[in-house]
Ligand binder design. Structure first.
Ligand code: DC
Length: 232
């Protein structure tokens, strides 16, 4: 299939949706197809959470804000994985643990933390054609993105996907119910928070990935992008 994308303009593709809906897979596939930068905003919230836990300040909001303001965060996408460097230290291997999963929604509720990370994300969008995914990239970070997608899937399907990731990483202990409870809890906090809650932007295209293959999903979105580009 030929895609008629002219990349002369700084195109921004923004994808929001709940945990496990497949945002990362879709975003990576799109970024590869379009040869653009991939911005995993969740990885940034995860890095802050990991450092807050490591420094034993995760329950001290003022300390987390102070720490966040002093950090230099860089994302580098390499070999299918977003590498996160904080003040030069690679924290990639530590940000997708059950401990971080259990705390990340609480840390992401802090407005000052969000403000810092949103600044960095917008800067990335100034110079690059990019695919960004998260909870607020269609509503807050890039409200003027050319393409906005709200990706969803049933909770049980999302749980299965995350469980598979845990198993692939060698965690044979965590159960379906534990993963499901964590996802449901994060959905609740992410959608209910006062600042930048997870919600569908009015002009976002909603895509339910419960029953479609990754390849079909990619084609649906690439077709949408082509249609939108033809109009611009
Ligand atoms: O996409 P993820 O599971 O890696 O995101 C981890 C958490 O980070 C998610 O539960 C909420 C938070 N997050 C956020 O608040 N805003 C974003 N743009 C991205 C993630």
């Amino acid at each position: 299939m030929l895609f008629l994308l002219s990349m002369s303009k700084n195109l921004i593709i923004a994808i929001d949706g709940p945990a496990g809906s497949g945002k990362s897979t879709l975003a990576k596939n799109l970024a590869e197809k379009l040869n653009s930068v991939y911005v995993d905003t969740g990885a940034m919230y995860r890095a802050i959470t990991y450092l807050a836990l490591r420094n034993k300040i995760a329950d001290d909001e003022a300390a987390v804000i102070k720490m966040t303001r002093g950090l230099n965060i860089k994302l580098q996408y390499k070999d299918g994985l977003t590498h996160v460097l904080v003040n030069g230290e690679e924290v990639t291997d530590f940000i997708r643990t059950a401990e971080v999963n259990a705390k990340v929604s609480d840390i992401s509720r802090i407005p000052e933390v969000r403000a810092e990370l949103v600044k960095i994300q917008r800067r990335m969008g100034e110079a690059n054609t990019l695919v960004a995914e998260g909870r607020d990239v269609t509503t807050v970070v890039f409200p003027d993105a050319e393409i906005k997608i709200f990706l969803t899937a049933d909770l049980d399907v999302r749980t299965e996907r995350r469980l598979k990731e845990y198993r692939e990483k060698g965690d044979s202990q965590i159960t379906f119910e534990e993963v499901k409870t964590n996802l449901a809890e994060r959905d609740k906090i992410d959608s209910g928070r006062a600042v930048s809650p997870l919600k569908k932007a009015d002009d976002a295209f909603e895509l339910d990935s419960t029953n479609i293959s990754i390849g079909d999903e990619l084609n649906i979105v690439l077709n949408k992008i082509n249609k939108i580009k033809e109009k611009v």
